[in-house]
Ligand binder design. Structure first.
Ligand SMILES: O=C(O)CCC(=O)C(=O)O
Ligand SMILES: [Fe+2]
Length: 300
């Protein structure tokens, strides 16, 4: 079945597969070369199955406790209901607590991912404390954008790591990348120096529909059938978004995006420390993920 973005089916001929890089067969230079050539690195099976399953179970438990998942919670099936607002003081506090689930943090800010980024950067790396965990149901998707406007205030040396905790097949809203977009000069020019938090009259979202965007540029929309523990690493000017999660079985998509930088580059205080404010300073409450699973999202 063809994936859908913003209500439009993506024609088969525009779809392409992400190139996989095999971590165990790659030297640092191979990782850097792939990232430079494609604008992304697709690595499968980076986090062990048990570790991923534990974090997923712990997070599903918390979503189940606010009535957003059907019982048994480990299936990750959306209930269509929510008591998130009645059972919690506020949305930010709830989402911060979910985002700080120890089994999740062991992965996002643990040694396995850090070592991959040490290798890519060729110098010790650090993951941001502020992470973007996403539990997604009900036709929702992330509009196409590049990440520069969020994360490059202090340094350009930032990479995004998108990590799957559930199966994310085509119908469950996987991430897609516009092929070759890290070399689109107009995108580089438009978003270099752009800061979503300061330039309030501009949006990070690229309004053109990804289908039209890819057609016009003779490009493809690249994606994969993601499995738990797979990661996709990409640069700040690589154009990406997600398909809609229209899964018939109502299973949610659970993913997390984490940013990494060399530890010796200046750090953006919005994303580091014990109670980071995040992009706009409002903390975890500002995220779409802080909204109940059955509520619509905002566009940035
Ligand atoms: O998972 C999503 O919905 C969006 C992810 C994203 O934009 C990112 O990882 O930079
Ligand atoms: Fe992004």
């Amino acid at each position: 079945m063809s994936p859908v973005i913003n209500g439009t089916k993506v024609p088969e001929y525009l779809l392409g597969s992400l190139n996989e890089t095999i971590l165990s067969q790659s030297e640092a230079i191979d990782l850097r070369n792939a990232l430079e050539k494609d604008g992304y690195l697709f690595l499968r099976n980076v986090i062990g199955k048990d570790e991923i399953a534990k974090a997923r179970k712990d997070i599903f438990q918390k979503l189940g406790e606010v009535d957003e998942l059907q019982y048994p919670f480990f299936n990750g099936i959306a209930s269509g209901k929510s008591k998130r607002d009645t059972l919690n003081l506020n949305r930010g506090q709830f989402w911060e607590q979910v985002s700080n689930t120890p089994s999740l943090r062991n992965i996002t800010n643990g040694q396995t991912l850090k070592k991959i980024f040490d290798k890519i950067f060729g110098t010790p790396a650090i993951g941001f404390d502020f992470i973007f965990l996403r539990a997604v149901a009900g036709g929702k998707f992330t509009h196409m954008h590049c990440d520069a406007g969020f994360f490059t205030r202090k340094t350009q040396k930032i990479l995004t790591c998108w990590l799957a905790f559930t199966d994310v097949s085509f119908d469950k809203g996987p991430l897609f990348i516009i092929e070759g977009s890290h070399r689109f000069q107009d995108i580089l020019k438009k978003y270099n120096g752009f800061d979503v938090d300061l330039n309030k009259n501009l949006k990070a979202t690229i309004d053109k529909h990804p289908v039209d965007f890819a057609k016009e540029r003779n490009s493809k929309i690249l994606t994969a059938d993601f499995k738990p523990g797979d990661i996709l690493v990409f640069g700040m000017y690589t154009v990406h978004g997600t398909f809609e999660n229209n899964a018939k079985d109502k299973k949610i998509r659970l993913t997390c995006d984490i940013r990494f930088q060399p530890i010796n580059e200046p750090k953006d205080p919005r994303y580091f420390g014990p109670n980071p404010g995040g992009t706009t300073g409002l903390g975890y409450g500002e995220l779409n993920s802080a909204r109940p699973l059955n509520e619509d999202w905002h566009i940035r």
